[in-house]
Design a protein around this ligand. Structure first.
Ligand code: 6R9
Length: 672
């Protein structure tokens, strides 16, 4: 990265002057208050210790808060003992909250199920007993490969209940991805389903498990360790009723195992530092990293952030996080944070446009959802579908809106607040990572005057900075690298089986600081703006340009629903800006479905010039029907860069829809 202190191109994004201070009514009832910041900055450890004591139930209270002597591996509340499932389920029942609804499940075909906390306790106890009967013990690894159905949450909690370590593998991943994750963690049990419903069809899951485990050696090559699979059993949930192949002695129906098991089971208290789960995330190299989290600190921070960032009132709110449990957002803000806090939440199996593009808003109306947590990519997709869709539903129950996963462009933020939130609800843009375990940077509703597009400030008890190449904090108005300067309770404890990689990846760039891999900027008020992964930063004629900023400029044009910008090699300028845009429905007829609509491109180029400056003006603007996204909704700019640089498009196996790149390529060749 070159000198970051004087970059006119970044100023546009940071001159955002719209502010949304909390209303007096919201502030008066808010869970968060301004004093939390001063308390935590005066005594961070006592702040976290107090949260751990107040929000969790401990079998053995801790006396020690943080042990950082083996840095960068932290130990939080290490002499305490507790059980995650006891905290998420049993104590609610014991304390008289058993009849409260925990899960409101909506299947894609429209089937529904309601589970109270008491139901959840019985179900989880049966699952725990069934797993014990299959020989799973404390510390064993269990791979979970399920659709977004209640059993996914039950399976995770049942592992936690017996001290087994779950490794959830997103149901959209391939047999190969599943196999490498099972193998890396040496899982002894896989929990899967016959299939799940997606886009109106039953989509099979079990064949991928069979392939990952079985005589699939021919298809996938020999197992890494050249040995038998570590898996002894496969528990199979019946969801779709489709035909499955069966391996006798290995495969067991979930419903049969649970029926045979007792619904009485006592959660096993574990040490606070006992691993709770492994979750694989892709790194810059091919081999995914098994990020692992432990129990006490993780639960403390997920519960605290869920309560304050979303202002959860467990007795009255209906909370809905649209993430799949295959991602960290689903771990922290579907399974653990909300259930530890005793929330009532919606879980939805399917896609937002099945059977129609109003499905999400229909769900909000039906369950009177009051807190919604989703991703910018989903918001921009809804913008693309047009605002008359959400307008057909009663969204008046909503009172807090959250965003996560990517920088949210100011225009998407404004649309979210205005169209979904009726210009009334606070919007919280929450920055965090699989590695951080819980939200780190976010406004607090009721306290913070929000700014469209900015995640703003580290939460109480969190120390973040934006630093330059020399690890020095940058002054306000400048950009650099986002780092975390003090350990936090829900931080990863390492990479499963490869602690050296943990140190190398996160702790070697800046001495004594955790390097997140994101570029960021502090505005004149000192508020933090995330600028995307540092590898998304372009250098055009020696000027550092952020992909996010140009995307925001494009999306601020009324014609544009979504934009992705990449830097393509350019003989003259080093890199050149290439933009891929999706037009809003109303403007779609101005160009062919895919192609380079000349007048559209000229208009958008002029718009970027006025918004940011001529330096940011895209060399090429391509109108496309879809953008390539990972299954967690992140745009795969690497593939767009291949298109922009006229290369063969690289590996598309992690795309949600692998045909998107063909559509783009076909559209481009027919338009030129
Ligand atoms: C929770 C999650 C982490 C990466 C992170 C950053 C991007 C997440 C963001 C955001 C800007 C936000 N990211 N939230 N960028 N603003 N509010 O998404 O975890 O899948 O591990 O991704 O996502 O680049 O480094 P994960």
């Amino acid at each position: 990265m070159t000198d970051t202190s004087h970059q006119p191109a970044l100023d546009n994004l940071l001159s955002e002057d719209r502010r949304f201070p909390p209303t007096a009514e919201f502030g008066a009832q808010a869970n968060a208050h301004a004093e939390m910041y001063s308390w935590a900055s005066a005594d961070r450890l006592s702040f976290w210790a107090e949260q751990a004591r107040n929000l969790l139930t401990w079998d053995t209270p801790f006396t020690e808060v943080l042990d950082w002597s083996a840095a960068p591996v932290a130990r939080w509340f290490a002499d305490g003992r507790l059980n995650a499932c006891e905290n998420a389920v049993d104590r609610h029942v014991r304390e008289g909250r058993g009849e409260r609804v925990a899960l409101l499940f909506e299947g894609e075909p429209g089937d529904t199920r309601t589970l109270t906390y008491a139901d959840l306790q019985r179900e989880v106890s049966r699952a725990a007993n069934a797993m014990l009967a299959l020989g799973v013990g404390t510390g064993d690894r269990v791979a979970i490969y399920l659709p977004m159905i209640p059993e996914a949450v039950v399976a995770m909690l049942a592992c936690a209940r017996i001290g087994a370590i779950h490794s959830v593998v997103f149901g959209g991943f391939s047999a190969e991805a599943l196999r490498s994750r099972i193998d890396d963690a040496q899982a002894s049990l896989v929990i899967t389903a016959d299939g799940g419903y997606r886009k109106g069809k039953a989509s099979a899951l079990k064949p991928a498990v069979d392939e990952a485990l079985g005589g699939a050696a021919d298809a996938l090559g020999p197992l890494d360790h050249g040995a038998q699979s570590s898996v002894h059993h496969v528990l199979v949930v019946r969801r779709t009723g489709q035909e499955v192949e069966w391996t006798d002695g290995r495969d067991v129906w979930w419903h049969e195992a649970l029926e045979a098991a007792s619904d009485q089971h006592t959660p096993v208290p574990v040490e606070a530092e006992h691993p709770l789960f492994i979750l694989y995330t892709s790194g810059t190299t091919g081999k995914p990293k098994g990020i692992f989290h432990t129990t006490g600190g993780y639960l403390t921070q997920t519960a605290f952030t869920h309560l304050t960032v979303f202002d959860l009132k467990p007795e009255t709110d209906v909370y809905w996080c649209t993430a799949d449990v295959g991602w960290i957002t689903g771990h922290s803000y579907v399974t653990y944070g909300p259930l530890v806090n005793g929330a009532t939440q919606v879980i939805y199996e399917g896609t937002p446009d099945t059977p129609h593009q109003g499905r999400w808003w229909e769900i909000v109306q039906k369950y009177r959802v009051s807190i919604l947590y989703t991703a910018p990519t989903a918001i921009r997709t809804c913008m693309k579908w047009g605002e008359e869709l959400p307008a057909q539903y009663d969204l008046s129950s909503l009172r807090v809106l959250g965003s996560v996963g990517e920088p949210i462009n100011p225009e998407a933020w404004m649309w979210y607040r205005r169209v979904i939130g009726d210009d009334r609800t606070p919007v919280v843009d929450t920055w965090w990572q699989t590695e951080t375990g819980a939200i780190m940077i976010s406004p607090l509703p009721g306290v913070t005057a929000t700014k469209p597009g900015s995640a703003q400030a580290p939460l109480p008890g969190i120390s973040a900075e934006v630093v330059d190449e020399m690890a020095q904090p940058v002054p306000n108005g400048s950009g650099g690298y986002l780092v975390l300067t003090e350990p936090w309770p829900s931080m990863l404890r390492g990479i499963w089986g490869d602690q050296q990689r943990y140190v190398d990846t996160y702790w070697s760039r800046f001495d004594g600081m955790y390097f997140a891999g994101d570029g960021a900027k502090k505005d004149e008020d000192g508020d933090i703006w995330l600028l995307g992964r540092v590898d998304d930063v372009m250098n055009v004629s020696g000027h550092r340009l952020s992909t996010t900023e140009i995307e925001s400029a494009l999306v601020s044009h009324p014609m544009v629903a979504e934009a992705a910008v990449v830097g393509a090699q350019d003989a003259t300028t080093g890199q050149a800006v290439v933009a891929f845009v999706i037009l809003r429905a109303e403007y779609r007829d101005r160009v062919d479905e895919v192609g380079e609509g000349a007048d559209v491109a000229a208009e958008l180029r002029a718009h970027v010039t006025t918004q940011i400056g001529p330096i940011a003006k895209p060399r090429t603007i391509l109108v496309v029907a879809e953008l390539p996204k990972t299954r967690s909704g992140k745009i795969m700019r690497r593939l767009l860069r291949d298109v922009a640089e006229h290369r063969t498009v690289g590996d598309v196996t992690t795309l949600a829809d692998s045909s998107v790149m063909d559509q783009i390529a076909t559209g481009l060749s027919s338009s030129t």
